[in-house]
Ligand binder design. Structure first.
Ligand code: NAD
Length: 264
């Protein structure tokens, strides 16, 4: 991996105890970025992973357990990062959940939770990070959206609404901060084989009585023209570009990493 000139920077990555967030935290740490991890999970496992990343990458790694449905906890996490590292260069709003159901059957509490975690938490974190980044005269806000921020699928109403919302929020953030050296962009991945998606494959295989590889090709990757999962390095490459000095002119963009899905 090339050197992106990020040594000594500090980042908060929400939802980084699993999947994409964890991989992006590792990619940033490998570039010398101090990290605040966040997310749910077994405390002993989280602590083991925190300590391993700190040792492996030779950076400071902290953990903050803010629940992304709780505005005060989110603001506290941003303040914690600033207190721990004395700066905050990168905010990656990544935490997200999914629920699949028809609109008329969609549980109201699931709708509320998806909007809170996948959309509103980014507002609270960004709101708290902006004053710090403005004073620094530099900052990078990256929102983990989705191909579902650009196009829809049936039975994912809350997720699609939240992801379209975060693309709009990203654009407004970019416009408000354009004169302050702070950029805001959305990354819009297609399917990534995270623990979340692995579980979906197993469930679908069972439900349909077909093999896992058929589920992948016929169900999961049906919309993805290259018929391949997006891999963590494909996302890390874009993230590192965006948060480096090379990304200074890229702001307000919704950038697809989806094997051609949204070109169709
Ligand atoms: P994941 O389930 O592997 O990880 C989600 C993370 O969010 C975990 O660390 C979890 O603890 C955390 N989280 C969930 N609710 C939380 C809460 N209330 N407070 C704090 N943390 C919370 O999922 P993933 O697949 O890695 O997804 C990460 C992001 O990428 C999500 O925003 C998702 O919508 C987006 N995304 C995923 C895919 C995919 O195919 N996996 C594709 C496009 C976009």
């Amino acid at each position: 991996m090339p050197d992106y000139g990020l040594k000594g920077h500090a980042a908060v990555v929400t939802g980084s105890t699993s999947g994409i967030g964890q991989a992006m935290a590792q990619a940033l740490a490998a570039q010398g970025v101090d990290i605040v991890l966040n997310g749910f999970g077994d405390p002993a496992k989280i602590e083991a992973e925190r300590a391993a990343l700190e040792k492996e990458a030779g950076v400071r790694v902290r953990y903050h357990g803010a629940d992304m449905t709780k505005p005060a906890e989110i603001a506290d996490m941003i303040g914690f990062a600033h207190r721990e590292f004395g700066r905050l260069d990168i905010l990656l709003n990544n935490a997200g959940i999914q629920h699949v159901a028809a609109i008329e059957d969609f549980p109201i509490d699931k709708w509320d939770a998806i909007i809170a975690i996948n959309l509103t938490s980014a507002f609270h974190a960004t709101r708290a990070a902006i004053p710090i980044m403005k004073v620094q005269g530099r900052g990078r806000i990256v929102n983990l959206a989705s191909a579902h921020g650009l196009v829809a699928s049936p039975f994912k109403s809350a997720y699609v609404a939240a992801k379209h919302g975060i693309v709009g929020f990203t654009k407004t953030t970019a416009l408000e901060l354009a004169r302050f050296g702070v950029t805001a962009n959305a990354i819009c991945p297609g399917y990534v084989k995270t623990p979340l998606v692995e579980a979906q494959i197993a469930d679908q295989a069972k439900a349909r009585g077909i093999a896992a590889d058929r589920v992948v090709e016929e169900v999961i990757l049906a919309a993805q023209p290259n018929k391949s999962f997006v891999e963590y390095p494909h996302l890390a490459g874009l993230l590192l570009y965006l948060v480096s000095d090379m990304g200074a002119s890229t702001t307000g963009a919704a950038l697809s990493v989806d094997g051609g899905w949204t070109a169709a």
